[in-house]
Design a protein around this ligand. Structure first.
Ligand SMILES: *[C@@H]1O[C@H](CO)[C@@H](O)[C@H](O)[C@H]1NC(C)=O
Ligand SMILES: *[C@@H]1O[C@H](CO)[C@@H](O)[C@H](O)[C@H]1NC(C)=O
Ligand SMILES: *[C@@H]1O[C@H](CO)[C@@H](O)[C@H](O)[C@H]1NC(C)=O
Ligand SMILES: *[C@@H]1O[C@H](CO)[C@@H](O)[C@H](O)[C@H]1NC(C)=O
Length: 396
């Protein structure tokens, strides 16, 4: 697993550490080896159980659209039955001992690969017991212009997790009809070629726990309505072209642990309401056009471990308040026009592993206290106007 972006690394860490709190789906895109978990266990199905014919037909239609395995229908006539099920399918036993498809997983070995002509199969919304659907690196050749969703098809869907990740030929807008998936808890549309504004209807999905729309070309503002998603634990809108301010309503997301808005064109200040996000562990706001002072209440975010905010035209003195955020492991404030001295309070950040302050206009000496930060591993103070002696001895 590649960890070249800090936020991605963190997301993995967060997933591992919060596996108990976050609903099953959000072990988000763990495809590392799905084969074990995708076989129905003997307890959930008996040899007498079978699928409803209409559901079986729908499943075969989906497989025909998606898969390059042309013999699937013959090899797996009873795709949910224990012992003869295919990787990539998980089933559950329902009423009358019927087996129902509860999870479909395409694109990542050992799950079924997607054929070059694969397009998004709206039929998944006709599988009334489907809880999770994953399409990873699936739509790579045939342009699929939108996530086609006939409104009539989705009314009976009980989908809790929908993940379409890394699909270069998935283009067009995010469909407003996604809002009819009332049970949705995890929506991942990362690393596609989606464009246009985020439809306001997305913010009607009040069950959402994780929303990841990162690495697309989404435009427009981050709407005020984002504050409706009171159950959000993770919000990642990084690497898009969002403009406008960060709405004050962001403070309504009281469960939020991860907020990543990096690499957009957001302007203005960090809203003062951010002080209400006391569960926040990770915040990344790098590479935007944010400026002005930090909100006073930032000091209330005592659970913060990552504050990543490089490359913004802040142009203010470096605030000493960061010194109270003692859980911080990573503090990045490079290339943002910070002036003044490095506050001695930074020496209180005993858990700090990374401190990036390079490319600012900092003056004065390096606080002696920094040398007592025993976990500090990455320290970059280059390209400033610092002077005096470097207070680190050999052991540091
Ligand atoms: C991913 O799945 C593998 C095998 O199914 C498992 O060993 C691992 O713990 C899972 N990782 C996460 C983050 O859930
Ligand atoms: C997945 O697990 C199975 C059974 O443990 C193993 O045979 C297979 O090699 C694994 N595949 C991957 C991609 O890790
Ligand atoms: C939804 O479910 C109801 C009851 O199970 C059924 O009568 C109806 O046809 C279903 N609608 C669709 C669009 O599948
Ligand atoms: C520190 O920052 C400077 C300026 O951006 C950069 O050239 C250098 O590679 C950085 N050093 C380390 C060790 O990351």
């Amino acid at each position: 697993m590649c960890c070249s972006f800090p936020s991605l690394c963190f997301f993995l860490v967060l997933l591992l550490s919060s596996a108990a709190v976050i609903p099953s789906g959000s072990a988000a895109d763990n495809h590392s080896n799905a084969s074990k978990q995708l076989k129905p266990s003997p307890e959930t199905a008996t040899p007498q159980s079978s699928m409803v014919q209409s559901e079986l037909d729908t499943l075969f239609r989906i497989m025909e659209i998606m898969s390059s395995d042309r013999t699937w229908r013959i090899s797996y006539p009873n795709p949910c039955n224990p012992g003869s099920s295919w990787t990539g399918i998980e089933c559950k036993t329902g009423k009358n001992n019927h087996l129902h498809v509860s999870r479909l997983d395409f694109g990542n070995p050992p799950n079924p690969s997607c054929r070059a002509a694969a397009i998004f199969p709206p039929e998944i919304f006709q599988l009334p017991y489907l809880e999770s659907a994953f399409f990873f690196h699936c739509f790579t050749h045939s342009t699929t212009t939108t996530i086609a969703m006939p409104a009539s098809a989705v009314t009976n869907s009980s989908l809790e997790q929908l993940s379409l990740r890394s699909n270069p030929s998935l283009v067009g807008r995010i469909p407003a009809q996604l809002s009819s998936l009332k049970s949705l808890q995890v929506l991942t549309l990362s690393q596609n070629h989606l464009t246009g504004k985020i439809p306001l209807q997305i913010f009607l999905l009040r069950s959402l726990v994780h929303l990841d729309l990162s690495y697309n070309s989404l435009t427009g503002a981050l709407p005020y309505e984002v504050g409706n998603l009171r159950n959000l634990v993770g919000l990642d809108l990084s690497y898009n072209s969002l403009s406008g301010i960060i709405p004050n309503s962001i403070g309504e997301l009281g469960q939020l642990q991860k907020l990543d808005l990096s690499s957009n064109s957001l302007v203005g200040r960090i809203p003062s309401s951010i002080e209400k996000l006391t569960s926040l562990v990770f915040i990344a706001l790098s590479s935007n056009l944010l400026r002005g002072s930090f909100p006073q209440g930032l000091t209330k975010l005592v659970n913060l471990q990552y504050f990543i905010m490089d490359d913004n035209p802040m142009n203010i003195p470096l605030p000493q308040e960061f010194g109270v955020l003692v859980k911080l492991q990573e503090l990045r404030l490079s290339n943002s026009g910070f002036s003044g001295t490095i506050p001695p309070s930074f020496s209180q950040l005993v858990n700090l592993i990374t401190l990036s302050l390079q490319n600012n206009r900092l003056t004065g000496g390096i606080p002696v206290g920094l040398s007592s930060l025993s976990h500090l591993y990455h320290l970059n103070l280059s390209r400033n106007f610092l002077e005096g002696t470097v207070p680190f001895n050999g052991s540091f």
